[in-house]
Design a protein around this ligand. Structure first.
Ligand code: SF4
Ligand code: SF4
Length: 452
């Protein structure tokens, strides 16, 4: 039966219908096929297995989300997210976190012997696209892209009432499929060095290092342009685009990490910690990672200029330590593995050095803001609940104050879930520094307040 309730809270969790159970079973068989192949270490008829598995998963997701969202009116309600085991840190949530962290741990630290079966499954696809055998990164990239595409379709059904959300989702799907998957594969097919056009320094620390400049500068006649493109994106496009659009142009429209968070991570966005303590920790951590990558890059260039006289043979180890700790353990194992426990933007919020730079620019020199019409706010708290970056949007809305926060990725979900149309993502006529002079928020602790 079609649920026509317009209640914002919908305290009762929606029941899984018969059709949805069937859809889950179909998708589950697809996942099971891959898991059995992974566990056995061998793939029989890899191409058939891959097509069957991905086909079943796509069909299952599609059938499930049609039934889930088309039987309700457009617009977002809580839909019982706090009552579902998977999205409320219940048994299924913990299980999902263990499986995800386990997958990333194996991928990064113990690939030998573990990923043999999976690699065989993806081998025909790899040979078809790149004319080379599959490796663990091809398997990972394929699964990553598939997740963004399949769950992007889910996102589109869910947020179909918002044009901004539709465009943004199509954008992250397009950039992931084209610029982070097909184009790098095409470059390899053409005997060119692999290059990812959606990642720049400092997120991809290697692209700013002397080794990358040497390698791309001399590998082929085309690859020198990759490094010029990378430098232009970091030093020209990033400040200019952030000035006009805020950090959303990258974090919510282009970046693959953001793309996965917005699509696969959407059921967990409300789990982000909204406390002031978390805000304090977030600022310390993200800026520490930024300082670490700036120091790393600076030292590597100094070392290169001094012909190895600064770090000596330690320079490789030094980069590797950053890569293991930040690139693998933090952005991968914790960043995605903790989706079901800490929300979908753990990495973007606490660790990403690109987000740190974009955040500083957004806070200090950008026209982007979220305007609030305080008179219309009914304090339902939907905006704060669904803010994946842990921003208490309602606090600003109640005061009719612009939301100007370094961490805001401009996903626009707060505006999409507001039942009163209070919030608008806008580019102002003056930049943030001038606008917030009069309305800057000052946070003080209770113990600092003295009554004389
Ligand atoms: S404040 Fe709104 S636009 Fe910004 S990150 Fe939170 S939900 Fe997204
Ligand atoms: S701004 Fe909208 S979503 Fe947020 S508390 Fe007010 S009415 Fe609710």
């Amino acid at each position: 039966m079609k649920d026509t309730s317009l209640s914002v809270a919908t305290p009762n969790p929606s029941l899984t219908s018969g059709k949805q159970k069937l859809a889950l079973a179909v998708a589950g068989i697809g996942v099971l096929l891959l898991l059995i192949t992974w566990a056995s270490g061998h793939a029989f008829s890899p191409l058939l297995l891959l097509l069957t598995s991905l086909g079943l998963m796509s069909a299952g997701v599609w059938l499930f989300v049609r039934e889930e969202y088309l039987r309700r009116p457009e617009g977002i309600k809580n839909n019982g997210v706090w009552f579902k085991s998977l999205s409320a840190r219940g048994v299924w949530g913990w299980l999902a976190a263990i499986v995800l962290t386990g997958f990333y741990t194996v991928l990064y630290f113990f690939p030998e012997g573990w990923l043999g079966g999976l690699t065989q499954v993806f081998d025909p696809l790899s040979r078809g696209l790149r004319k080379m055998p599959a490796d663990k990164w091809f398997v990972y990239g394929s699964l990553y892209t598939f997740s963004i595409l399949a769950l992007g379709v889910k996102f589109i059904y869910k947020y179909r009432h918002s044009r901004y959300q539709l465009l943004r989702t199509v954008s992250v799907m397009f950039f992931q499929l084209g610029f982070a998957y097909l184009i790098p594969a095409f470059l390899q097919l053409m005997q060119q060095p692999e290059y990812y056009f959606t990642y720049f320094w400092p997120l991809k620390d290697y692209y700013g290092s002397p080794s990358a400049v040497r390698y791309y500068g001399s590998a082929t006649s085309i690859s020198v342009y990759f490094i010029i493109f990378s430098a232009l994106m970091t030093f020209v496009a990033t400040p200019v685009l952030t000035y006009f659009l805020g950090k959303r142009w990258y974090c919510s429209w282009v970046c693959g990490c953001g793309g996965l968070a917005e699509t696969a991570g959407d059921p967990f966005r409300h789990l982000s910690d909204k406390s002031l303590r978390a805000w304090r920790i977030e600022r310390w951590m993200i800026h520490s990672v930024l300082v670490a990558v700036v120091l790393l890059t600076g030292l590597l260039w100094l070392n290169s200029w001094q012909k190895g006289g600064v770090l000596g043979s330690f320079s490789q180890t030094y980069s590797a330590i950053y890569g293991y700790l930040i690139g693998m353990a933090f952005s991968g194992v914790v960043g995605v593995g903790f989706y079901p426990l800490m929300g979908s933007r753990v990495w973007c919020r606490f660790g990403c050095p690109m987000a740190a730079i974009l955040g500083i620019l957004q806070k200090k020199k950008s026209k982007f803001r979220i305007t609030t019409n305080g008179g219309q706010c009914i304090s339902c708290g939907n905006c704060s609940t669904y803010c994946e970056m842990g921003i208490d949007v309602r606090h600003y809305a109640q005061r009719g104050q612009d939301v100007v926060r370094a961490s805001c990725v401009g996903c626009g979900i707060c505006a999409a879930v507001c039942p009163r149309g209070v919030l608008r993502l806008e580019g102002a006529s003056a930049d943030v520094g001038q606008r917030t002079q009069a309305t800057r928020t000052v946070h003080i602790k209770l113990e600092d307040v003295k009554i004389l």
